[in-house]
Ligand binder design. Sequence first.
Ligand code: SF4
Length: 453
Amino acid sequence: MSSTILSTTIAPGALKPEPQAVKETTVGNYFVSNYPPFSYWKTEQVPELLKALEHPPKLGTPLGIYLHIPFCRKRCHFCYFRVYTDKDATAIKGYIEGALKELSFYASKPFIGGRKPNFIYFGGGTPSYLSVDQLKHLTDGMKAFLPWDEVEEVTFECEPGTLTDHKLKAIREMGVTRLSLGVENFDDHILEINGRAHRSKEVARAYGYARELGFPQINIDLIAGMVEETEANWKECIRKTIELAPDSVTIYQMEIPYNTTIYKEMKSEGKLVAPVADWETKRHWVNEAFQELEKVGYTVASAYTVVRDKSKAKFVYRDRLWEGADLLSLGVASFGHINGIHYQNQHDFEPYMNKLVDGELPVYRALKPTDEERLIREFVLQLKLGQVRASYFDAKFNTNVREKFRQPLQTLKDWGFLLMEGDFIRLNREGLLEVDRLLHEFFLPEHRQGRIT
Ligand code: SF4
């Protein structure tokens, strides 16, 4: 089934972006996950968060919880997350107690306003690295502070090689509704040279058992453009994905941020171009996957996701977050948003733990976005879905986005990526495939540095 919104092609003769994007994959972040960019969040603004905790929530704002589990069996060569591969059971136990202590601090604050979590997300790192006992202790503790009886979705990220049948059963029993398997690729050689800990055999076993256990939704993550990826292998990855028939598939285009092993090697060898496919090839691979999955009934639901059954496969965490929900974020280096304030926790293990031991919130930096910045944030994040409704912004921000963004909208239209249809502002497929690069056009001038592709 093909989506009319997303399969619209560029009009013949339409202008291409000027200046033309650098095609090779060079170092830096491509993915836009928040706004204003993190580099504008400051330690001096942490008191703004502390003040915001003392106020009741804005009526109708959903509450979510994110917990970062920063442990992995191995560090993947492309990984840029805060992860540790050397923590023993005592350190992990201490971390779980720390996260619960952090939650206890928030749970008694007025910003909760009697709300129960609407969605929960266990990200990493590798949440499935924890043992069954650790998981049980953690989730029982979380539920004691803020009960899960109103949650719409609990997402849990897994590295397939860490999943025993016993653990998967425990994960299902603790209330996970959306199991996300970090498959990334189905080829063992590619997995190995990219530093992944798991192999394809473990994917098949974990997926099969997860299906038997009846998780309401199973997502598979893939990465287009891992080191040594080829056209033939990518086709095989798509074929195997279709064979498994997951409820949703998330596909990222490989980026090489500064703190990756791949970049460190590039630097030591004096190389500027990463040893992975160029952006055009990666977009081609994602498009190929989208098209093949559409042929067997999937629908493109965002720049990165396809879903098998649109009426059933949801992603509440993403949708609520992109509509400005409160996100109570716990754990080292995690990013949250409470009562209009962005914040990030201490981004290293020791400082994070030390703050908790001292009885303080482990928040490292924060930012109070202006109303205009909040509007830009929601607009650019929602554009990643492929379309936004102008009326949503009229109602929520009392702003006509067609007027406000007249110039960048025209620019994207001239480049052949954007269409205005009634209430909708839509990206076509080509626009969607490079949406993160295009979003910078909507940023305030002071936030526009750092374009990567
Ligand atoms: S499993 Fe994920 S979080 Fe862990 S090292 Fe690999 S990419 Fe990073």
